[in-house]
Design a protein around this ligand. Structure first.
Ligand SMILES: CC(C)(COP(=O)(O)OP(=O)(O)OC[C@H]1O[C@@H](n2cnc3c(N)ncnc32)[C@H](O)[C@@H]1OP(=O)(O)O)[C@@H](O)C(=O)NCCC(=O)NCCS
Length: 171
């Protein structure tokens, strides 16, 4: 699959045919910086490489041309899937300098086209719900997440998760 885009400022293309992550021309330090600066999350580059390597589908957006920076990754996303029923999309990130130019949409659309499952889930970062609404995602009324203590406290503080109500019958 090949998707490309062009805006007034940049040309870019989606790369989704990576079969061997060790052979891929990916600068994981730069990926870590992209996610930290997006901003999404700060994680060590080796952890990013491991997570992408273990994912079912991965996609990157590279600059096709621009002031000698052709090939630089300016967007990334990944998904894990059972290949049949369920998948989840994770870590959709676009370089802060290239947002709102259709790159996030291209990444998610690319993954959706390749996942071929009945249901695709994701959790939105704070304030990004509108982006997923625009892409056709619907809000789940019955979703639950099990978080490790650190991420749990952080998500609670951001209002992204809430404790069950006393009766436990939210729906
Ligand atoms: C969220 C993010 C991935 C969106 O990528 P992007 O390339 O800026 O978005 P696009 O230009 O493809 O936008 C697609 C559509 O969503 C809309 N949109 C983008 N960001 C939005 C936001 N924060 N709120 C509401 N709508 C938004 C756009 O206006 C566009 O709508 P349209 O096509 O109907 O005109 C990007 O802003 C980002 O990386 N943010 C930081 C990291 C992050 O929060 N990632 C999400 C993890 S869950």
């Amino acid at each position: 699959m090949f998707t490309s885009g062009k805006s007034e400022k940049i040309d870019w293309e989606v790369e989704d045919n990576i079969s061997d992550i060790d052979e891929a021309d990916i600068n994981w330090l730069q990926i870590a910086e992209l996610y930290a600066g997006a901003p999404l999350v700060r994680r060590p580059s080796v952890d990013w490489k491991r997570a992408f390597a273990a994912s079912s589908e991965i996609a990157f957006v590279r600059l096709a041309s621009q002031f000698g920076r052709a090939g630089r990754v300016i967007g990334a996303a990944r998904a894990i899937s059972d290949g049949q029923f369920y998948a989840t999309i994770l870590d959709v990130g676009v370089d802060a300098g290239f947002q709102r130019q259709g790159i996030g949409r291209a990444l998610v659309s690319n993954l959706l086209e390749r996942l071929k499952v009945e249901r695709v889930y994701l959790t939105s970062a704070a304030g990004k719900q509108g982006f997923y609404h625009r892409l056709g995602f619907l809000k789940l009324n019955n979703a639950f997440g099990y978080y490790a203590p650190g991420p749990r406290a952080e998500a609670m503080e951001l209002g992204l998760i809430s404790p069950p109500n006393c009766a436990g019958n939210d729906i």
